[in-house]
Design a protein around this ligand. Structure first.
Ligand SMILES: Cc1cc2nc3c(=O)[nH]c(=O)nc-3n(C[C@H](O)[C@H](O)[C@H](O)COP(=O)(O)OP(=O)(O)OC[C@H]3O[C@@H](n4cnc5c(N)ncnc54)[C@H](O)[C@@H]3O)c2cc1C
Length: 337
């Protein structure tokens, strides 16, 4: 694999809300950032798990949809020209002899930097994918592991597979916009809220949703990433082929701290202990913010992560600009580029 090399001030591992806001805070202190995320989209849990849910405890917003908050955070970071490396899992972090760091991704990206901010949440998120031949060719074209906008499925025949809250809730939501929904599950028991399952069965009575149970995904048919049909099989090997425009295999999203554990950073019960005043980990120059970091009385909230990003940025400044004194300035005085 050919690798691509970059050099920057700060590498942020994780493009969740706290990683995105850390770009802004570093930017205000004139530090450039590269942001790496294993997902194809920025926003972390907000994009992956609940983009259309309302959040009520973001200061200044009595209510904001999670997806809209991500858009605002992206806009707020934009003046500082962050470089995003998406669909890239950070696989290695090395301290170099000159005090800098080298961050490497599984996709062969190597970034040298003065400091690292780990904003990795519960770890690298990845969808739990069904074992289907040729699946990759359809991903992000007609096979999706998350719904970003209900409107993307307007007037389409959509197959949703899974038996948990996510599959059931999206089948209910999309039944308002889709032409038809096939709901595929391998058994007649669900791991979803009973009231949601009741609601889904009621919608199924109207014919907008067709329950295809007990079946499992067996194969994909189509060309050039455009799905035309999905093959299903039951436990006895009986097959069914249904014509669809899109498939949503919603078997959950699995977070894994994975390689973080091999970087020499102390990890306790899946979290990284930090100095709460600076967010620095046991490795000087490596900081952790957001859900992944821990200290006494830590509150795992988005607003906490925002503040931690600001503290980490200020603590990093002397590493990037050792000869400059940092004078605290309000954003109202400084403005943005
Ligand atoms: C349903 C639900 C509702 C919620 N409601 C609220 C609420 O109302 N208010 C509130 O404050 N909080 C709420 N939360 C919690 C909130 O979402 C989290 O606190 C927040 O997402 C943490 O942000 P983060 O940036 O630390 O991590 P995350 O959002 O988890 O993002 C971390 C990112 O890092 C990436 N990553 C991790 N490891 C690697 C690696 N090695 N390489 C590359 N990328 C990596 C992951 O893919 C992920 O995208 C809710 C959570 C859920 C699930």
């Amino acid at each position: 694999m050919t690798s691509k090399h970059y050099s920057t001030d700060v590498v942020i591992v994780g493009a969740g809300p706290t990683g995105l806001f850390a770009v802004f805070e570093c930017g205000m202190l004139k530090m450039k950032c590269h942001v790496i995320d294993s997902l194809a989209h920025i926003g972390g849990q907000l994009t992956a798990l609940y983009p259309e849910k309302p959040i009520y405890d973001i200061p200044g917003y009595p209510m904001i949809l999670a997806g809209d908050l991500v858009t605002h955070l992206e806009d707020q970071a934009k003046p500082f020209d962050p470089v995003y490396h998406l669909k890239q899992q950070v696989s290695d972090l090395k301290s170099l002899d000159d005090g800098r760091f080298e961050v490497t991704t599984a996709g062969g990206i190597v970034i040298s930097c003065a400091a690292v901010i780990i904003a990795a949440g519960a770890g690298a998120f990845g969808p739990n994918k069904p074992p289907l031949e040729g699946l990759e060719a359809y991903e992000e074209k007609s096979v999706f592991y998350m719904v970003r906008r209900c409107g993307d499925f307007a007037d389409k025949t959509v197959m949703i597979a899974g038996g948990g809250d996510s599959a059931v809730d999206w089948a209910i939501s999309l039944s308002d916009v889709a032409k038809k929904i096939y709901f595929v599950h391998r058994r007649d028991k669900f791991r979803a809220a009973p009231e949601s399952v009741d609601k889904l069965h009621k919608i199924a009575e109207s014919g907008k949703v067709e329950m295809v149970i007990p079946y499992q995904l067996h194969g994909l048919r189509g060309e050039g990433g455009t799905l035309s049909a999905v093959e299903l099989a039951d436990l006895d090997g009986n097959k069914k082929i249904l014509e669809v425009d899109a498939l949503l295999p919603l078997f959950g999203i699995v977070p894994q701290l994975g390689a973080l554990g091999d970087w020499g950073i102390t990890i306790e019960q899946h979290h990284i202990p930090v100095d709460p005043a600076t967010q620095q980990t046991n490795v000087a120059g490596v900081f952790a913010i957001g859900d992944v970091s821990t200290y006494p009385n830590k509150l795992k909230l988005i607003l906490t992560g925002f503040s931690e990003g600001a503290m980490a940025a200020h603590a990093i400044h002397p590493r990037v600009f050792p000869d400059e004194e940092l004078h605290f300035v309000y954003s109202t005085t400084q403005g943005v580029p």
